[in-house]
Design a protein around this ligand. Structure first.
Ligand code: ZN
Length: 349
């Protein structure tokens, strides 16, 4: 059976937060909110298991946004005085916090939800963190004066949290780097190195506990929001952004790479550049509410199999499902698992 996983995020239930939004407001506060986040996590663990997925995540139910969920526990950032900044090479404007002093982690960031996830499933678990380059592209720098220096400062903090996640029993630690598809030369020059810094010592820490841990990076063309849909229209018939960074990733210590495939203009042969790595192939579109048929999912897996050996292929979503309708997301999880099952019948695994 082909392995199946989600990229990371899932929609938040209406009783937890505003729906259909990337930056939803919470509907509770204090202890009630902490409990509601875990309750929502439990719902999604069950939904993923029932759909038949082999790798289970927390659906990022405990964080408001995939970058700022991490930053909230970082000292040296001024959240009071946000400034407007163009991010992802000015694709959109956002009000971002400012780095004003040396960065330091004030404690564990995701311990509660990571342990909760581990306690409530016996399947493989995956946990996501933002990657250093994407974080650097989402905050204003008033202290380091150098993107690379600041990225490595964040990488050290991410490494501390990742080591904690290993201790919590997480099997796969994934860093989300949509910025790799925007700053391709920088990604190849230092972005992958910063990721490796974030992954330092994880395997050794797992081995001490008699376990193994895999490291992953998710590189996408963003959530299915209008600004991204408009941007994709400017990228032409062939999206070759992956071409610069995949060879560097293939030579890196990272184990898995998550990429967009279905309904994208990514030439499938670029997957061959990831020789030796697990490839999480996007077989579920997150920019459309139309639920894929198992046949369509199996067809996409079949296309990927021309360039990725079956034992390295993981069927996955193109990106997170956070802003989607909950019912649609549930149906897409089932389509993912059924399509992978059909692909197993067709192609073997
Ligand atoms: Zn993504």
């Amino acid at each position: 059976m082909f392995r199946t996983a989600i990229a990371g995020s899932l929609p938040k239930p209406a009783w937890l937060a505003e729906t259909h939004k990337l930056w939803p407001r919470w509907k509770a506060a204090g202890d009630d909110l902490a409990q509601a986040k875990l309750d929502a996590t439990l719902v999604w663990i069950k939904e993923q298991e029932d759909a038949g997925l082999s790798v289970i995540g927390d659906g990022e139910q405990s964080r408001q946004h995939f970058v700022h969920g991490f930053l909230e526990k970082v000292e040296g950032i001024d959240f009071e005085h946000k400034v407007e900044m163009g991010i992802r090479n000015d694709r959109y404007k956002a009000m971002v916090p400012q780095v004003v002093a040396p960065l330091r982690l004030t404690g564990r960031v995701h311990q509660a939800e990571a342990r909760f996830l581990r306690e409530h499933t016996t399947r493989l678990t995956k946990f996501t963190l933002p990657g250093p380059m994407t974080i650097v592209d989402t905050v204003a720098d008033r202290f380091y004066g150098d993107r690379v220096k600041m990225a490595f400062a964040f990488a050290e903090l991410l490494n501390q949290e990742a080591l904690g996640l290993v201790e919590d029993g997480i099997d796969i630690i994934q860093f989300d780097e949509p910025a790799f598809n925007v700053y391709m030369a920088d990604a190849a020059a230092w972005g992958v190195q910063a990721l490796e810094r974030a992954c330092q010592g994880l395997k050794e820490a797992a081995a001490v506990r008699g376990r193994t841990v895999k490291t992953a990076v998710h590189i996408c063309y963003g959530y299915g929001i209008q600004a991204n849909i408009d941007w994709k229209k400017t990228l032409g018939d062939q999206w070759r952004q992956y071409e610069q960074v995949f060879p560097v990733l293939a030579a890196s210590s990272l184990d898995q790479v998550s990429l967009e495939c279905i309904h994208s203009h990514v030439p499938p042969e670029l997957m061959a550049l990831l020789k030796g790595k697990d490839v999480m192939v996007g077989v579920i579109d997150v920019a459309s509410d139309t639920v894929e048929s198992p046949e369509e999912v199996a067809d996409t897996i079949g296309r990927a199999l021309q360039f990725v050996p079956a034992h390295h292929l993981v069927a996955c979503t193109n990106c997170g499902l956070a802003p989607m309708d909950r019912v649609v997301a549930e149906a897409k999880l089932r389509a993912l698992a059924r399509g992978a099952m059909l692909a197993t019948e067709r192609y073997g695994a």
